[in-house]
Design a protein around this ligand. Structure first.
Ligand code: F6P
Length: 326
């Protein structure tokens, strides 16, 4: 194990995700076990620039494993995109004699780490924390499981009112450019149709499917719409149907509800494993790698590869969702 790492910093960046606190807890406690000093940086890269950094010990991360959001706060930093911003961030790390960093976030967070380490010689490792599950090199990202459970719970409630009124509902879920949340939520709620960014759905084809389900006396229908799909958002699709086919519907946008709440047991365990692995990876001399777990096994992927490789949706799951909704 490397002897040169004595102080590490941990931070969360980009959109918060349930389980980030559990990951920070695991980093702090594992680092403590190996006699490292840990510093928490508040508000991600923005806080790194502004010097928002504080020593953390085991008691600072007590009673947070169950908490949603991120106690270290987060931000999407514009300043860190600039060389001057990154220089200020480096000064903060040097002022606190930080030897290595653990960055918890999504692709934007990894991109920031990669660019930073091209100029500054500080080892970084990344932990995948985003509800979108769109990071290459891991089967699941921290927060995804909780987010789909939240969305499923919400849609189960919509089902009651959709059924009572025989209505068509469009329910929009997050995921940015990826359809993981929509696909898993759609399967889990028995959605009649799922609009995904990864599939090119023709709206007239969708209308035919809808009419087919009406003919077989399906009285209500719930359609899950991924925010990044090519036909526009749920409002746009509902408006198209009303204008061109006189089909009325209701729209629900689940929005940031999906990002909050206590992490599921799955996310807590995943976050704990990744936080523990992050510290061990640094001590073993790894740098500029993203951690992940694939098929139950720990995995390290260079930031460059994690950022530039698209994680593909499982095509068989898409086909299955279509068959099961017939
Ligand atoms: O990346 C997580 C995510 O929640 C996406 O699903 C969504 O598109 C985006 O962040 C929303 O970001 P913000 O909260 O900054 O509007």
């Amino acid at each position: 194990m490397s002897k040169s790492i004595k102080r590490i910093a941990v931070f969360t960046s980009g959109g918060d995700a349930p389980g980030m606190n559990a990951a920070v807890r695991a980093v702090v406690r594992t680092a403590g076990y190996y006699d490292l000093h840990v510093y928490g940086i508040y508000e991600g890269y923005e806080g790194m620039i502004q010097g928002k950094i504080k020593r953390l010990d085991n008691s600072d991360v007590a009673n947070i494993i169950h908490a949603g959001g991120t106690r270290l706060k987060t931000a999407r930093s514009e300043e860190f995109r600039k060389p001057e911003g990154r220089e200020m961030a480096y000064d903060t790390l040097m002022a606190h004699e930080i030897d290595a960093c653990v960055a918890i976030g999504g692709n934007g967070t990894y991109t920031g780490a990669k660019i930073f380490t091209e100029t500054y010689d500080i080892p970084f490792v990344g932990i995948p924390g985003t509800i979108d599950n769109d990071i290459y090199g891991t089967d699941y990202t921290i927060g995804f499981d909780t987010a789909i459970n939240t969305a499923v719970e919400a849609i189960d409630k919509i089902r009651d009112t959709a059924d009572s009124h025989n209505r068509l509902f469009f329910i929009e879920v997050m995921g940015r450019h990826a359809g993981y949340i929509a696909l898993h939520t759609g399967i889990g709620t028995g959605a009649g149709f799922i609009f995904l960014p990864e599939t090119d759905t023709d709206l007239e084809y969708f209308v035919k499917q809808l009419q087919r389900s009406t003919r077989r006396k399906k009285l209500f229908n719930m359609v899950v719409v991924a925010e990044g799909n090519k036909n526009g958002n749920a409002m746009d699709i509902a408006a198209y149907l009303e204008k061109n086919h006189n089909i009325l519907s209701k729209v629900t946008i689940i929005g940031h509800l999906q990002r909050g709440g206590s992490p599921s047991a799955f996310d807590r365990v995943l976050a704990s494993r990744l936080g523990y692995n992050a510290v061990k990876a640094l001590l073993e001399g790894h740098t500029n790698v993203a951690l992940g777990i694939e098929n139950g096994k720990n995995k390290l992927t260079p930031f460059e590869e994690a950022i530039s490789t698209q994680k593909e949706l499982n095509q068989d799951l898409i086909k299955m969702s279509e068959i099961l909704s017939l």
